[in-house]
Design a protein around this ligand. Structure first.
Ligand code: SAH
Length: 501
């Protein structure tokens, strides 16, 4: 079976850095079920294509230990050597393991950069519903080309086979493209060559961390990926729910985008008193309202939302006249696309459009663009940063950008005991690098405040449990009177610095 990946952004051979495979060499990797080969049929400045060829030994599959039993794998003649399937996912996971984590040691900035990429799979099983292939890939931003492959017509007209030739094109990072294929190839095939247990659930959540919670077909993906094991699928969906919290909070936006006309934004304000009476709320809604009340109480006019994700907070802030300038910044280009859709940026009336911008960027590099705002919000983001990058993030925000108000929220890990479906000791989201207790968050906040000339207070968000506290914890940092408001000219964190303020 074959997968080709093509980059057309010059210098196109950057693909070699991203895949950690040199374009001048053909390499072979041994796998438990055969071998994988990586080579580049073209490697030019304008266009570069990498091929992953996976050679499955069908006889060994039937005879050997890797036999999972049942169906096609009982027969020597089967489609596994040529049809994209879980074998190809395993090969992607092994051969491109570093690329799949989004790391690129030689060129770290490259890994986060969306590129015009095309993936081609000449034989992809697409069993089941006719709409399956576009339904899986189009919401992720791909242009999808499908050609049904006919069965051999020499003797009889059998009609079309359950296989398609599939071409996916998008401007996307290599990591995202590989993680989409990794998860969705076995979903298309609706089969797996190995036992599906708890590990598979963790894999799904890890590789789907950046996108599955927002995917409109996440139910079908989860069920098919987990081979219709209902208890696993239920746990996966429940855990995706805490990522998304509760879809109810997106309902008003979806409702008002249903009409073609651009509805006049609702310019009502939310006050702290309203927050108090509007319980019970979804946790996400509680967070948004608490943050908005803090911003209003501090008389803030300009806000940068760091790690804005799909723009849930911004879509609420834009409705408030008091905010004259709003910026969302995120490292995920896909999240920014979803945010642009949610905010309907291309259809906003000019007086609103000029107040808001979305920027692609990271939080662990100094970025002069985020200086000069009244406030910065960092909502459910720090737990996505590696702990050894936190010190750099602290300097980027508190030393260089220095807004007069900083609001940071993060999960309170003590509360996790209340999530029945979350196995003990497991974090709420596979991409979380850590989750802190209230004491850990308080000690971090106090240290940061003291180091950079801020006062800090802590506010629980969501329903407070008498023993373990609230599900979300918030720190509100206010720059101290007399503390400098301008960023210092030096020193500044530089690219590649590993923390250590
Ligand atoms: N603030 C949003 C999203 C939270 S999810 C909300 O409350 O809904 C965490 C977000 O942080 C993701 O969108 C992720 O892409 C972003 N993120 C993670 N690491 C980042 C980094 N180093 N720089 C910028 N954004 C980052």
């Amino acid at each position: 079976m074959l997968l080709t990946l093509t980059n057309t952004q010059p210098p196109a051979t950057d693909l070699g850095f991203l895949l950690h495979k040199h374009p001048d060499r053909a390499q072979r990797y041994s796998l438990s079920f055969g071998a994988a080969h990586v080579f580049y049929p073209e490697a030019g400045e304008a266009r570069c294509t990498a091929c992953l060829l996976v050679d499955v030994d069908p006889v060994e599959l039937v005879r050997g230990k890797s036999r999972a039993g049942g169906g096609l794998l009982d027969q020597y003649v089967n489609d596994r050597p040529y049809a994209a399937s879980s074998f190809l996912s395993v090969a992607i996971g092994q051969v491109f393991s570093t690329a799949l984590t989004g790391r690129c040691a030689a060129r770290p900035e490259l890994a986060a950069q969306p590129l015009p990429l095309t993936a081609h799979l000449p034989v992809t099983p697409a069993r089941g519903d006719e709409d399956l292939v576009p339904a899986l890939f189009e919401p992720l931003g791909y242009e999808v080309e499908i050609a049904r492959l006919p069965l051999d017509k020499r003797f009889l007209d059998w009609g079309d086979s359950p296989y398609v030739s599939l071409t996916l094109s998008a401007t996307i990072t290599v990591k995202d493209l590989l993680s989409h294929l990794y998860v969705l190839l076995p979903v298309l095939d609706n089969a797996k060559h190995y036992w599906v247990g708890q590990d598979e659930l963790e894999k799904l959540l890890r590789h789907g961390a950046d996108w599955l919670a927002h995917h409109p077909d996440k139910g079908r993906i989860t069920r098919r990926y987990l081979r219709h094991k209902w208890s696993l699928a239920r746990e996966a969906l429940a855990r995706l729910e805490i990522v998304e919290d509760d879809s109810s909070e997106t309902a008003p936006d979806e409702a008002d985008s249903a009409g073609d006309a651009v509805a006049a934004p609702d310019l009502t304000s939310i006050t702290a008193e309203e927050v108090a009476v509007e319980a019970p709320l979804s946790l996400n809604e509680a967070r948004i309202q608490t943050v908005m009340a803090e911003l209003a109480a501090a008389g803030v006019e300009t806000v940068v939302d760091l790690g804005c994700g799909d723009g849930k907070l911004l879509s609420r802030l834009i409705k408030e006249r008091r905010f004259t300038r709003l910026v969302g910044l995120d490292v995920s280009a896909r999240a920014l696309e979803i945010a642009a859709d949610r905010l309907r940026l291309d259809r906003l009336p000019p007086r609103l459009r000029e107040r808001i911008q979305l920027w692609h960027g990271g939080l662990t590099y100094r970025d002069a663009r985020i200086e000069g705002f009244d406030a910065a919000t960092v909502i459910e983001v720090i737990e996505h940063l590696d702990e050894n990058r936190l010190a750099t993030f602290e300097r980027v925000l508190f030393q260089c950008a220095r807004p007069r108000l900083v609001i940071v929220t993060t999960p309170n890990v003590e509360y996790n005991v209340n999530y029945e479906f979350l196995p003990a000791g497991r974090l709420r989201h596979p991409d979380h690098r850590f989750e802190w207790t209230r004491a850990e968050f308080a000690s971090w906040g106090q240290r940061v405040a003291a180091a950079f000339g801020y006062a800090v207070r802590f506010v629980p968000v969501g329903e407070v449990d008498a023993t373990v506290g609230a599900p979300t914890q918030m720190a509100v940092f206010v720059r101290s009177e007399g503390s400098p408001s301008a960023p210092p000219p030096q020193p500044s964190p530089t690219r590649g610095e590993g923390g250590g303020a």
